[in-house]
Design a binder for this molecule. Structure first.
Ligand SMILES: *Cc1c(COP(=O)(O)O)cnc(C)c1O
Length: 398
């Protein structure tokens, strides 16, 4: 057998973490890395957060899993909290972001198809170039990125793609089959690209005008990452349906699809389900995260740190105009757009300066620290980043 026991779908690096301490990861050899990737926007409380550990330990010892065939006091509590702090009226819990997007897509289709006088012709969802919604068949079909499609045809029918931030293009795709529009307010994998306020407002207006669903994929930008609980709050609009995951479990696998009562009208008994989704252990993790982040004090600290990090990044890139083009993003979801592919620099920071970031599309380096960073971590980040930029040799173009 030459195939590794772990299916080789990831180009795994030599970093092999075995322990986490606050904003650092420690690998098999005892090497410490500063973690400004956070498991890709997941570990928003950092590693080994006492409140999160305590909640999971206590729940594990009390009741880990029961079927969704039974009543869920734990699920009702977390769902109510999410309803209280968002546009939504009702929540379906999942185990991942892709499943949250799947539920959002089904909810939008069912809104049209599974209602009195429903329109079974409405099934199309308009999505955007370089979007990322996950790796299931529906969610790869929802992206125009061919590298994710290759080898998996046929795709799920019913997605149309418009250039990101191009309102006219989205408008021109709306027709009698359109069920909704799905968009990341800030593209994550696509390169930390925030949509313009005009675009988001325009999508909201188009959806209202045509009676179709506005679905936001806030899997990466949601849960306090941008300094508001969800990013849509900063755009002054509300969606009909929202997919959330990553940070919401703080590292425990958890996602959710949140919808208004109206948008969820088709999601009736028996239309959807999940064995694990919303089990007591996941709910305990979600509650611990909410207790930490869903308050004004925490959210304003994220905004304040985000502004400071951004200002320092902007000052820093001025020293290396040949490497960096600009800084973009919101809160602690920041991207450094480079003048070349970002991957070699990301590898250099990781392997030579023990600084973990994430490469993304559009030549962008993603900077996604735990939301609990302090001054010490920010200073350490700039020490490593400066040393990394000074020692970086741009690879010869192939
Ligand atoms: C990560 C991500 C997903 C997929 O989440 P998984 O938990 O990996 O399934 C979907 N949408 C966005 C915007 C993401 O960043």
């Amino acid at each position: 057998m030459s195939t590794p026991a772990l299916m080789p779908v990831y180009p795994r690096s030599g970093v092999r973490p075995v322990r986490g301490e606050h904003c650092h990861l420690i690998d098999e050899n005892g090497t410490r890395y500063l973690d400004f990737a956070s498991g890709i926007a997941v570990n928003l409380l950092g590693h080994s957060h006492a409140g999160l550990i305590g909640a999971i330990q206590q729940q594990a010892a009390t009741l880990m899993h029961v079927s969704n065939l039974y009543g869920s006091p734990q699920g009702e509590k977390l769902a109510q909290w999410l309803v209280d702090v968002t546009f939504g009226d009702t929540v379906f819990f999942t185990n991942s972001g892709a499943e949250a997007c799947e539920c959002a897509i089904k909810t939008a289709r069912a809104y049209h198809q599974n209602a009195e006088g429903g329109d079974t012709n409405r099934f199309e969802i308009i999505t955007f170039h370089n979007a990322f919604h996950g790796r299931t068949m529906a969610t790869i079909s929802a992206s125009n990125q061919e590298k994710m499609h290759h080898g998996f045809s046929p795709l799920l029918n019913g997605f149309k793609y418009a250039p990101f931030d191009d309102l006219e293009a989205a408008k021109s795709l709306i027709g009698p089959n359109t069920a909704g529009i799905m968009v990341e307010p800030i593209q994550g994998e696509g390169g930390i690209r925030p949509a313009s306020p005009e675009f988001m407002q325009g999508l909201r207006d188009l959806c209202d005008e045509h009676g179709i669903m506005l679905i936001l994929d806030e899997v990466q930008c949601g849960v306090a990452r941008t300094g508001t609980f969800y990013a849509y709050e900063q755009y002054g609009i509300v969606p009909d349906i929202l997919a959330t995951a990553k940070g919401i479990g703080g590292g425990f696998p958890l996602g959710a699809c949140i919808a208004t009562e109206k948008a969820a009208r088709g999601m009736t008994f028996g239309t959807h389900g999940s064995t694990y989704g919303g089990n007591p252990l996941a709910m305990a993790a979600g509650m611990a995260v909410m207790e930490a982040v869903a308050n004004d004090e925490f959210l304003s600290s994220v905004r304040e740190k985000g502004e400071r990090l951004r200002a320092r990044l902007e000052q820093f890139i001025g020293n290396y105009p040949e490497l960096f083009e600009l800084v973009r993003g919101m809160g602690l979801m920041l991207g450094l757009k480079m003048r070349m592919e970002s991957r070699p620099f990301y590898v250099h920071l990781r392997d030579n300066h023990q600084l973990l970031t994430v490469a993304a599309g559009d030549n962008t380096l993603r900077i996604l620290p735990p939301l609990v960073i302090g001054d010490a971590e920010m200073d350490e980040f700039f020490d490593k980043l400066s040393a990394g930029a000074a020692s970086f040799k741009v690879p010869e173009a192939a």
